[in-house]
Design a protein around this ligand. Structure first.
Ligand SMILES: C[S@@+](CC[C@H](N)C(=O)[O-])C[C@H]1O[C@@H](n2cnc3c(N)ncnc32)[C@H](O)[C@@H]1O
Ligand SMILES: O=C(O)C(=O)C[C@]1(C(=O)O)C=C[C@@H](O)C=C1
Length: 243
């Protein structure tokens, strides 16, 4: 996977435009997400462990908002020989183009159907695993329940949804403390105060994180009766829900 350094917000801009997964972001995304999301590498690796345990023969795996294909690659190498198909979806052409190249760099007998589309428009069926790795936070809040409903309906009994998201907290001191620790993580990874504040402005209208209780309620309202947070570092968490 490419390792171009993210310097997108390094120069002062007069007007900060809304964050987009365009060609510039796609070109540095691997570096950006690793330096921005604590635990990202561990979450990607562990998606493979979940797949090994939960993916059933001849079922489908959906990677929704697949970006450069990191989650798909982690899962694919753990499910060879099971007759499965992975459906990887992203609506950024630049991401999909690069994802295609990344996937083709490894030999595999598991087909990946890589689709450039809005995840709100695709069908989900016969799934034993659905992955939303830091994608739902970019969907309009009013569209999230419908997406979860579609995922629930498309999962086989015993199938899993792995949902990773940035979180916000109703408790103000907790929000402040975990946010500060996240900013320190970014500083330690070489981002300047300017980069941090300009990126924050660009994400403000685009990325709308929920609280953990909001996630849990949304999943339970849909019928998921087994739910746990399996990873959390500061204000980033990954959850698993079992049908
Ligand atoms: C933070 S990235 C996801 C990272 C990726 N899952 C990973 O693990 O490396 C969010 C991705 O979701 C995609 N995305 C956002 N909204 C989408 C939508 N409505 N339909 C399809 N893809 C979407 C973006 O283009 C972007 O590539
Ligand atoms: O919250 C931040 O500061 C982030 O940069 C987070 C985040 C994410 O959670 O997806 C936002 C945009 C990029 O995709 C990479 C990381």
């Amino acid at each position: 996977m490419n390792s171009n350094q993210d310097t997108i917000y390094a120069q002062a801009c007069e007007h900060i435009s809304d964050f987009q997964f365009d060609d510039r972001v796609a070109g540095v995304f691997s570096d950006m997400i690793r330096r921005s999301v604590p635990g990202y590498g561990q979450i990607i690796n562990t998606l493979g462990d979940f797949a090994d345990k939960c993916v059933t023969p001849n079922s489908k795996i959906y990677d929704l908002g697949c970006s450069l294909g990191a989650a798909t690659l982690s899962v694919r190498r753990r499910i060879e020989g099971r007759g499965c198909e992975i459906i990887a979806v992203d609506n950024s052409e630049s991401m999909v183009e690069r994802c295609k190249q990344n996937l083709s760099a490894y030999v595999s007998e598991t087909p990946v159907d890589l689709i450039c589309a809005d995840i709100r428009d695709i069908e989900i069926q016969d799934a034993s695993m659905v992955i939303l790795n830091f994608t739902m936070q970019f969907l309009a809040p009013e569209d999230r329940q419908t997406l979860i409903a579609k995922i629930y309906q498309g999962l086989k009994p015993g199938g899993i949804l792995v949902l990773s998201e940035k979180l916000v907290f109703e408790d103000e001191p907790v929000q402040h403390l975990l946010d500060e620790l996240h900013l320190d993580f970014k500083r330690a990874n070489g981002y300047s105060e300017l980069e941090i504040s300009q990126k924050r402005s660009s994400l403000e209208h685009v990325m709308k994180p929920d609280t953990l209780p909001q996630h849990q309620q949304r999943l339970e309202a849909q019928g998921f009766s087994h739910f746990s947070v399996w990873f959390q570092c500061f204000n980033f968490a990954s959850m698993v829900a079992i049908k």
